[in-house]
Design a protein around this ligand. Structure first.
Ligand SMILES: NC(=O)c1ccc[n+]([C@@H]2O[C@H](COP(=O)([O-])OP(=O)(O)OC[C@H]3O[C@@H](n4cnc5c(N)ncnc54)[C@H](O)[C@@H]3O)[C@@H](O)[C@H]2O)c1
Ligand SMILES: [Fe+2]
Length: 418
């Protein structure tokens, strides 16, 4: 089990300058969400650096849902402005961009060297990178706890990633003051990302059924479900069930709900960052990558996107109906943690119970009704399947093996739910 250090509490952002001073970091590259200039999170964090006389340069050209091109531009900026530490203030897009700058400015490499095989070369990161403090302003990805960077390879219209524990942030700073401005649609999509992380981590094939690595440093970040991850993700599911509705209804005033959702996101990240994910995430990568013209409400972007949290939860009910056969008790336990009544349930009901519960959340949080509502038709299924097949890092953790035909059927089932 590997996880970042986590600090939680309203106002914790003001401590950041002291953390860098104590680490001996004198010159920071501050990687900032393009829409958060002037926000509380950014103002407090930069003031904290000033107070401790830590100098900084700001990079705010982060792309929401990064691409290989946007990361390369960010890395070039990193080379032009050498730093001995990094701070990321934003959602997963910003934190992932900061991780990439940190990695590629520390170790000279071709961009594809560290990218997951078979899309990239999947080389292990040679050693430690520089200090990175991640300050999430969404409660979703758990990127502040993981050694994962996710991005789109533009030419392939598919998402992939870099996964290595060396690149996880030094400290994740969870401050509920920083999510107060979250548009409710962003709160919904990011919260359902947490739900999907936790369900997939809990239902992934067990670590004991996976081949062991030749050396410990070759052990993949995603090891399969395991007792430690289970503990964190079940609690994440309980928190999502109790607090996401409250955050969605009143994101500005309900500080307790915002705090609990930040914890849920981090707990989910600690869990899935070691256990891994499976089909809902694997299928989401082409769903996001092949977007045509969908522009979601609440997202300030000038390019079409299917936001990550939405792209994963759109597949989730179809996936859990299918995967339940692989480990029905675990699907039932996940549904129960999300508040479903499982008192009379039999193992044969597990898939339906969990997917019905997820659909209730989708409706409650005004998520589009399936892939057809974000622009896909059954004619797109062959391409969606083609974009999912190389996502071995996650798909091989599915608790039920699947064929290409079964995957096509899953996309068909995900087109419309109600
Ligand atoms: N590294 C990981 O472990 C991991 C895990 C899951 C997802 N991801 C990746 O993370 C990215 C998604 O990140 P995300 O869901 O956190 O969202 P995001 O970073 O893409 O941001 C979503 C939107 O919310 C806005 N926003 C963020 N914080 C705000 C705030 N406090 N107030 C107002 N607006 C705010 C942003 O400007 C943007 O428009 C995707 O690229 C996804 O693939 C990474
Ligand atoms: Fe995710």
């Amino acid at each position: 089990m590997a996880a970042s250090n986590i600090r939680f509490g309203p106002g914790a952002t003001a401590e950041i300058g002291m953390d860098f001073a104590d680490m001996g970091v004198k010159n920071v590259l501050a990687v900032i969400d393009p829409n958060l200039a002037g926000s509380t999170a950014v103002t407090v964090a930069l003031q904290a650096l000033d107070d401790e006389k830590v100098s900084y340069t700001v990079f705010d050209r982060v792309r929401i849902e990064p691409t290989d091109e946007s990361l390369k531009e960010a890395i070039d900026f990193g080379f032009a402005h050498p730093a001995d530490g990094f701070i990321a203030i934003g959602g997963g897009s910003t934190i992932d961009t900061a991780k990439a700058i940190n990695l590629y400015t520390t170790y000279t490499a071709d961009f594809m060297d560290f990218v997951n095989a078979p899309i990239g070369k999947g080389k292990p990161v040679p050693g430690p990178v520089k200090p990175l403090i991640a300050v999430p302003t969404t409660a979703g990805t758990g990127s502040e706890t993981t050694g994962v960077v996710i991005f789109d390879i533009v030419k392939m219209h598919a998402k992939t990633g870099i996964a290595n524990l060396q690149i996880k942030p030094t400290l994740g700073l969870l401050d509920p003051d920083n999510t107060a401005g979250l548009p409710r649609q962003v709160a919904a999509a990011t919260g359902l990302d947490v739900l999907t992380h936790a369900c997939e981590s809990y239902t992934a094939i067990p670590y004991s059924e996976r081949p062991g690595p030749k050396r410990p440093n070759l052990r993949p970040a995603y090891q399969g479900s395991n007792p430690i991850s289970d503990t964190w993700v079940l609690e994440a599911l309980r928190l999502v069930g109790d607090y996401l509705p409250r955050e969605f209804d009143d994101p500005h005033n309900d500080e307790e709900a915002r705090g609990k959702m930040l914890l849920a996101a981090a707990y989910g990240g600690i869990g899935f960052g070691n256990a891994g994910l499976h089909l809902a995430h694997g299928m989401s990568y082409p769903v996001s990558g092949m977007v045509r013209d969908y522009k979601p409400e609440g997202y300030k972007v000038n390019h079409p996107i299917i936001p990550h949290g939405m792209a994963v939860v759109l597949n989730a009910p179809a996936v859990f109906r299918f995967t339940a056969e692989g480990c029905p008790e675990r699907h039932l336990a996940a549904a129960e943690a999300l508040g479903a009544d499982i008192s009379d349930a039999t193992p044969a009901d597990a898939g339906k119970i969990l997917s019905d519960r997820v659909i209730e959340f989708m409706q409650r949080f005004e998520i589009p009704n399936g892939l057809s509502a974000v622009g896909y038709t059954i004619d797109d299924i062959p391409e969606l399947v083609k974009g999912t097949m190389p996502q071995h890092r996650v798909t091989k953790l599915s608790p039920r093996p699947f064929s290409e035909e079964e995957l096509a059927k899953l996309f068909e089932d995900a087109m419309k739910y109600w």
